[in-house]
Design a protein around this ligand. Structure first.
Ligand code: PMP
Length: 285
């Protein structure tokens, strides 16, 4: 399909949508991004995504390229021009283009803004959720500020590729103490032997997932037994259920970890229930 991207104030066909070779996103991965779900042509949890974007920019001292209201308008317009009904909108902000030098540019530099959008194959995602997906564990070799949603994703790229090569959809990253941090592009959850739902607590070790935060509201409302704490790979192998969360797939049941079946090897009741209920808690605007 003919696709349109927003690049620095203009909506362009993808073939003509380009940034400078000296863009610091390209040179140094000096930028941040957001992926927001689109449902019925509307943005899901826009406010929380823009709040996280604001924090990522502040942590890296990248200037705000425009008001958050204006960014919302650009995201919606990109969704509209690409005729996205159910899919994602991608927003990236880098420190901008400047002669290559490690330090921040001294001369005033405009951040580069790129927005793209595309439909997802919803039928395929629903089928995956019905069957459940496989994950493999790999060492977490990322930097120590993965709470910032930066475009520096090389370890995630390698982890996802390793997963694919082993027939899995996602990689779970494992810290040096044997605890799962999160997925390469998702947050990781289990229902343990005692029937308690677990996901790692926030901090600098994981990305504060928006889907994760919405799910926490749902869980509190439903009175599900829950604890925010790290779990080991061994605990995950022994879990009754496992699943991952992210804006592009909401709640996705996990049925195999490193080739071992989770529980009875089928999506669990908790994961399936949370996937079904999720929509009611997401803010759509
Ligand atoms: N962790 C990582 C490393 C991710 O890349 C993502 C998805 N961008 C998530 C967690 C899930 O975050 P969200 O629910 O905001 O999509």
């Amino acid at each position: 399909m003919y696709r349109i991207a927003y690049v620095d104030g203009r909506y362009l066909p993808h073939a003509r949508a380009k940034v400078s070779v000296e863009d610091r996103g390209y040179q140094f991965a000096d930028g941040v991004y957001e992926v927001c779900e689109v449902k019925d042509g509307k943005l899901v949890d826009e406010r929380r995504h823009l709040a996280r974007l604001e924090r990522s920019l502040r942590e890296l001292r990248i200037a705000e390229p425009m008001s958050y209201a204006a960014l919302g308008v650009v995201m919606r317009e990109t969704v509209r021009r690409n005729r996205v009904t159910d899919g994602i909108v991608y927003l990236q902000v880098t420190r901008g283009a400047a002669p290559r030098d490690f330090q921040f540019p001294v001369a005033p530099t405009r951040p580069t803004v790129v927005v793209t959008a595309r439909n997802s194959d919803i039928a395929r995602l629903d089928k995956l959720a019905e069957d459940g997906v496989a994950v493999v564990t790999v060492p977490d070799i990322r930097w120590q500020r993965v709470d910032i949603k930066s475009v520096s994703l090389l370890p995630n790229v390698l982890a996802k590729q390793a997963a694919r090569e082993q027939g899995a959809r996602e990689a779970w990253l494992v810290d040096k103490n044997g605890f799962v941090t999160e997925g390469a592009s998702s947050n990781a959850w289990i229902v343990n032997r005692e029937g308690k739902l677990l996901t790692r607590a926030l901090g600098t070790g994981i990305l504060p997932g928006i889907t994760r935060s919405v799910l926490l509201d749902l869980i509190a409302d439903q009175g599900i037994k829950f604890e925010e704490r790290a779990f080991t790979v061994e605990e995950a192998y022994a879990a009754r259920e496992a699943f991952v969360t992210s804006a592009s797939q909401t709640v996705m049941p996990v049925v195999r970890i490193d080739g071992r079946p989770v529980g009875n090897g089928a999506p669990g009741l908790v994961a399936t229930g949370l996937r079904r209920e999720y929509r009611r808690y997401a803010a759509i605007s």
